[in-house]
Ligand binder design. Structure first.
Ligand SMILES: NC(=O)c1ccc[n+]([C@@H]2O[C@H](COP(=O)([O-])OP(=O)(O)OC[C@H]3O[C@@H](n4cnc5c(N)ncnc54)[C@H](OP(=O)(O)O)[C@@H]3O)[C@@H](O)[C@H]2O)c1
Length: 247
């Protein structure tokens, strides 16, 4: 049995990835705050087993309980593969630093950086001694390498996530294949939210409006298909930041 743990599966890229991986012999462990019932139905019709975990990743003091539940549903002797996809992410708060409530910045840091960091730690710890294949895929962004005015916490947390990818590869490459993945501009709710911003909060908003109207956004299904390749084939060297441009 192959197991895929996917955060942020209620919509967007994570939802498409769960659907594209669903098949007999696959068990999906999907997390989000929102309703995952519809996705459970779809993936089980495709022959996959699935477990849903309704969990707010900004509450990182609960990560140990979440991973207790997930790994309680993974029978190690029967598993041949366990993959972790840190996909959940949030852009907000958008606007120059100092504008929003501290609580919103805290949530951004927890969801984009602290939660994936702790999930990776739990994954490494709980799979010690596992003899099957292990992979981790961290969903990054072009914003991890470029400062965007108005996206301070998003850019910084994605940069931190890239460094976690590098560190995990450095420390555990003997048993875990670790990858970063940059999906590029993809047509999800995150892009809807970007286009709603005022130019004061996000000065590049017009370029994102134009990209959508010119049909330049990637479809979440296409991006998910590429992520499936990274997770299941050996086309890319572990430790690498894979981008949609690499396909
Ligand atoms: N779309 C793009 O253009 C783009 C570009 C570069 C990188 N990315 C990255 O791609 C990944 C997926 O983004 P997307 O475009 O698919 O975004 P999306 O449509 O907004 O989906 C985000 C997912 O993250 C989950 N999430 C957000 N806050 C959460 C929280 N507090 N607790 C648990 N889950 C939470 C959401 O679930 P709930 O709200 O139900 O909790 C949802 O399933 C993100 O890491 C994003 O940074 C996207």
């Amino acid at each position: 049995m192959k197991h895929f743990i996917i955060t942020g599966a209620s919509r967007g890229i994570g939802y498409s990835l769960a659907v594209s991986l669903a098949a007999p012999g696959i068990t999906l462990h999907i997390t989000a705050r929102g309703d995952l019932g519809g996705l459970l139905d779809i993936v089980s019709k495709r022959g996959a087993s699935a477990h849903a975990y309704q969990f707010d990743l900004s509450r990182t003091d609960g990560i140990t309980v979440l991973t207790d539940e997930i790994f309680g549903n993974i029978s190690m002797p029967e598993a041949t593969y366990i993959g972790l996809v840190n996909n959940a992410g949030m852009l907000h708060p958008i606007g120059p630093m100092g504008k929003h409530d501290t609580e919103h910045y805290r949530q951004n840091l927890e969801v984009n950086f602290v939660a994936p960091a702790l999930l990776m730690h739990e994954f490494v710890k709980r799979t010690a001694g596992f003899s099957g294949e292990l992979r981790v895929l961290n969903v990054s962004s072009g914003a991890s390498q470029n400062a965007y005015h108005g996206w301070s916490h998003y850019c910084s947390t994605k940069a931190g996530l890239d460094m976690l990818t590098d560190c995990l590869h450095l420390e555990h490459r003997d048993r875990i294949k670790t990858y970063g993945f940059n999906p590029g501009r993809t047509d999800t709710q995150m892009q809807d939210e970007i286009r709603e911003q005022s130019p004061e909060d996000f000065q590049y908003v017009q370029s994102f409006i134009e990209a959508k109207s010119q049909g330049k956004l990637n479809s979440p299904d296409t991006v998910a298909g590429m992520m499936k390749i990274v997770l299941t084939e050996d086309r890319f060297e572990p430790g690498k930041m894979v981008s949609v441009r690499d396909f």
